[in-house]
Design a binder for this molecule. Structure first.
Ligand SMILES: [Zn+2]
Ligand SMILES: [Zn+2]
Length: 258
């Protein structure tokens, strides 16, 4: 059994056929879904999907792209929304200096507000980091120094150095379909050497469909391709890889068990 630790069921491409998307995933052996929010106006919808389906869970957060549009959403709003029994994580949050769609200072302020919410609730922080390695680590080190909370680097596509720094902070690392891409040799080397007790899998659907369905709309069912690829890459049995990733996901998102 697999868990898609990061998907966007409320996004166009998936939301139109929620029942079909989930049925195809379950057919492919996916028995859990973390439905991630990126804007304040998505929170009700990701939580509603988690209320409709026993195997769907929700997160509350503001994507770094959306920081400019959400200067009014701080720690208190996140903590209040996270009290819902189906909300298992805080995010996605973080820093994206690749697209720079929001002001970097505002991204950092929003990231810190999410860190404080993770600390206050004990829920894991779901981190998106792109071309912002040094600032991501510096902020996490500073915030963790004020009191610990669990951390997940989602859709990891960073260097071996970033992986080492993330692991040193106690973080989990989730791999998406990017790791299956032919041009992802460096990332594959990182994925091959990640400790088995920190590794997770995700789709980031509807984006980033893995080989052999690359280019199509990504669905949570496709996490099975990524897990199979990783098992082969790491020289482990697919069942063992799936069991480890699922165990890690349940350990991190501990509220899933409640
Ligand atoms: Zn992301
Ligand atoms: Zn995402």
């Amino acid at each position: 059994m697999l868990i898609d630790s990061h998907c966007h069921l409320a996004y166009p491409g998936l939301v139109e056929d929620e029942a079909g998307v989930l049925a195809r995933a379950r057919q492919a052996g996916v028995g859990g879904f973390v439905n991630i929010s990126t804007r304040r106006d998505e929170w009700e919808r990701v939580i509603a999907a988690a209320e409709r389906h026993a195997d769907v869970f929700a997160s509350v957060g503001i994507h770094p792209h959306e920081a400019d549009a959400h200067t009014d959403v701080g720690t208190a709003a996140l903590v209040a929304a996270a009290a819902h029994p189906r909300v298992v994580g805080i995010g996605e949050t973080g820093l994206d200096y690749h697209y720079d769609r929001s002001d970097r200072q505002r991204q950092q302020a929003s990231f810190r507000a999410h860190c404080a919410a993770a600390r206050a609730t004990g829920l894991p922080l779901i981190v998106h980091s792109r071309d912002a390695e040094d600032d991501t680590i510096a902020i996490l080190e500073d915030e963790l120094g004020q009191g610990s909370f669990p951390v997940l680097f989602h859709c990891f596509a960073g260097t071996q150095g970033l992986a080492a720094r993330a692991l040193a902070l106690g973080a989990f690392i989730s791999l998406s379909g990017i790791v299956t891409f032919r041009n992802a040799r460096a990332l594959q080397e990182v994925a091959r050497t990640l400790p088995e007790d920190r590794l997770m899998v995700e789709t980031d659907a509807p984006f980033l469909a893995p080989v052999p369905v690359r280019g199509r709309t990504c669905e949570p069912a496709h996490v099975a391709h990524t897990a199979r690829f990783l098992a082969e890459l790491r020289g482990t049995a697919p069942e063992a890889l799936a069991a480890a990733a699922t165990h890690n996901t349940r350990r991190l998102f501990s509220k899933m068990q409640a």
